[in-house]
Design a protein around this ligand. Structure first.
Ligand SMILES: Nc1ncnc2c1ncn2[C@@H]1O[C@H](COP(=O)(O)OP(=O)(O)OP(=O)(O)O)[C@@H](O)[C@H]1O
Ligand SMILES: [Mg+2]
Length: 258
């Protein structure tokens, strides 16, 4: 599997004229990578993810998965958003099965598949719970199970941990790394949190703002991915480099002080 974004531009027509949001984006994501695109607020991160998800079309350029140009949404891409998107009237199991149901997957198969992914994210005992009975972190794990249930080629995540408190966020980071190692899933995640990007990804695209464009591509090599690596000089060097890039090319990026 590979995901290829080539010469992608995205403009919006506004009452003040043409707004160039994404300019000449080129990215290649290979099978099994954990990629973060980091950028300040307004750098076009969500817009970029929407083009990959097929929820919107680029003004020019293209996104391909395994050589096929993306023209709309599809089960080969699983989406997780910042804001909780579980249907409040469905229990966790029904939420997880929902995409499969839309695809016409037979009841028995979708039940098994959803149950499997709920156990993968550690929510097997909450299958019958309603979303309102779950904590924020659990809701996001359920959203991840729902996205994984269709066995997508790539998991697309738009600031999935942005609404969580710092402790829940940290445990979700550990959960994501563990999930990634266990399932070998390809992840493309966007965030404005520089430390999150360094801790999770094997490669980072740093986006500048107005227009959103790739300023630098950084391969992350850490001695390990334990919590204590955040105190390591190498970790700080990556964080500082990214902070400096975003400071130069956008105003609103954040890093949690170490
Ligand atoms: N449908 C649209 N019509 C007009 N302008 C849009 C549209 N969608 C996004 N924009 C503009 O594009 C720019 C980038 O928006 P986008 O939501 O992609 O940024 P972002 O990097 O995800 O920001 P944040 O970190 O705040 O989520 C913004 O200036 C926004 O106002
Ligand atoms: Mg956004």
């Amino acid at each position: 599997m590979y995901l290829q974004i080539t010469k992608l531009n995205k403009d919006f027509q506004t009452k003040n004229g043409t707004l160039v949001v994404l300019k000449d984006i080129n990215m290649t994501i290979k099978q099994g990578e954990f990629i973060c695109a980091v950028g300040a607020s307004g750098s076009g991160k969500s817009t970029l993810l929407r083009q990959i998800a097929g929820l919107d079309n680029p003004t020019s350029g293209e996104v391909r998965i395994d050589g096929e140009v993306i023209t709309g949404p599809g089960p080969d891409r699983g989406m997780v958003f910042q804001h909780y998107t579980l249907y409040p009237w469905m229990n966790v199991q029904e939420n997880t099965e929902f995409g499969l149901k839309l695809q016409g997957v037979p009841k028995k198969v979708r039940k098994e598949q959803a149950s499997y992914y709920l156990s993968v994210v550690g929510l097997a005992n909450f299958a019958k719970s309603l979303p309102k009975e779950l904590s924020g972190g659990m809701k996001q794990r359920a959203a991840i199970a729902r996205a994984l249930a269709s066995e997508p080629k790539v998991l697309l995540m738009d600031e999935p941990f942005g609404a969580l408190d710092i402790h829940t966020k940290e445990s979700m980071h550990e959960f994501m790394l563990d999930l990634w190692q266990r399932t070998k899933i390809t992840v493309f995640m966007i965030t404005h949190d520089v430390e999150e990007a360094v801790f999770l990804s094997n490669r980072i695209y740093a986006l500048g703002a107005r227009p959103g464009t790739v300023r630098k591509e950084i391969t992350v090599k850490l001695p390990d991915r334990s919590h204590s690596v955040k105190r390591h000089t190498i970790f700080h060097d990556y964080r500082d480099e990214l902070m400096e890039l975003l400071r130069k090319h956008g105003q609103e990026a954040t890093a949690v002080a170490a």
